[in-house]
Design a protein around this ligand. Structure first.
Ligand code: MG
Length: 366
């Protein structure tokens, strides 16, 4: 879950909000813990219990299911607007760096809102003493990633904090995109029988960061999957726009959290064919070692799409035909029962409830 407010949260629509003075704050946690930034249950508690009541309430700008970007209508143009902060440690890792992730994270939130990314603002919080060469490397990474993603960096801001703060740098990006006029994505339009597609292997980013920190004694050839998913989304919309009901990039909290949010928001169940989900050996191995579920591990270059059954084959073929989409796969189906639940279903008939992420097993992975 992502909002335009926290490190990653999203809002559904924007309209003039009534006064929210006295709105019911339900957030009762005595202090902020790492889990409040992990994208799972605690993040949801914070956003829904504190931000939503005070920033708009039931009738205001944050009404409806939380999404990856706010939707605005300006003189007839439908726009998506979002922001994301990046605090990943270390700054560089196999397959990417904070600068690249800062572009892709925001671009992907626009993409899964069916919006063509147009422009980004970039804000740096820099630590006193940061070598200029380190900053230059990230500015170059941002510029290159933006160019490749077809999005312009049009402004930003810089702040510096004392030595020992900010771990070198934090980056915030805000992005705006134009929603594809063919798209009608919303959790409420998801129906039983709809098919769940996944663009490729899961867990690469989270486990790459874990290994880059040297937290576990495991050698593996693994790279972050950080990339823009917009080219894949565009092909999907070309092939099946009227049937694309919902999309989400499973970043923090992973596929399990994203699908649980969908199940909650649409009031239906999701059968997840776990054996179909591609997981690299290195990711599976690290997860086994640490007692983690690959379904809870963050991705930075994959997306989930729920597609009407009659267009699912065409949708999957379109993603697979796009460069980088070859590993896309059908991973689940929406069902009426059990409502608001994600069930892992095995070919031999076994079943298990797949829950949202709770706690924060891998802090600061993006
Ligand atoms: Mg997202």
């Amino acid at each position: 879950m992502k909002t335009a407010i926290s490190s990653a949260t999203e809002v559904a629509s924007a309209a003039p909000a009534p006064s929210t003075a006295g709105a019911a704050v339900r957030f009762r946690d005595p202090q902020i813990e790492m889990a409040h930034g992990a994208g799972g249950k605690a993040s949801r508690r914070l956003v829904e219990g504190l931000f939503v009541p005070l920033f708009g309430g039931a009738a205001g700008a944050l009404r409806g299911p939380l999404a990856d970007a706010a939707h605005l209508e300006v003189d007839g143009a439908r726009l998506a607007f979002t922001a994301d902060s990046f605090v990943v440690r270390p700054l560089r890792f196999p397959g990417g760096s904070i600068g690249e992730v800062a572009v892709h994270g925001t671009v992907n939130d626009l993409a899964v809102s069916a919006a063509r990314p147009l422009a980004l603002l970039v804000t740096f919080v820099l630590e006193e003493g940061l070598p200029s060469a380190v900053l230059e490397a990230e500015v170059r990474a941002l510029a290159l990633a933006a160019e490749r993603a077809g999005v312009e960096i049009v402004g930003g801001d810089t702040k510096v904090v004392e030595r020992g703060k900010a771990d070198g740098m934090y980056i915030t990006t805000a992005g705006i995109g134009r929603i594809d006029p063919r798209a009608r994505c919303a959790a409420r339009s998801v129906q039983p029988g709809d098919q769940v597609l996944l663009s490729g292997p899961i867990g690469d980013h989270g486990i790459t960061i874990l290994l880059a920190r040297g937290d576990i004694d495991l050698e593996a050839e693994l790279r972050s999957d950080t990339r823009s998913v917009y080219p894949l989304v565009e092909r999907l919309l070309d092939a099946a726009a009227p049937g694309v009901r919902w999309m989400r990039d499973p970043t923090r909290g992973g596929v399990a959290t994203a699908l649980n949010e969908l199940a909650r928001d649409c009031g239906l169940g999701i059968a997840l064919f776990e054996e179909e989900i591609p997981v690299r050996d290195a990711v599976r191995g690290a997860c086994e070692l640490l007692g983690l579920d690959p379904l809870h591990i963050a991705n930075e270059g994959q997306f989930l799409a729920v597609v009407a059954p009659e267009l699912a084959d065409a949708a999957l073929a379109a993603i697979r035909a796009a460069p980088g989409g070859e590993a896309a796969v059908l991973v689940g189906e929406v069902r009426a029962e059990p409502a608001r639940t994600v069930l892992g279903v095995a070919s031999y008939g076994g079943m298990r409830v797949v829950d949202m992420l709770s706690g924060d097993p891998l802090p600061r992975i993006c």
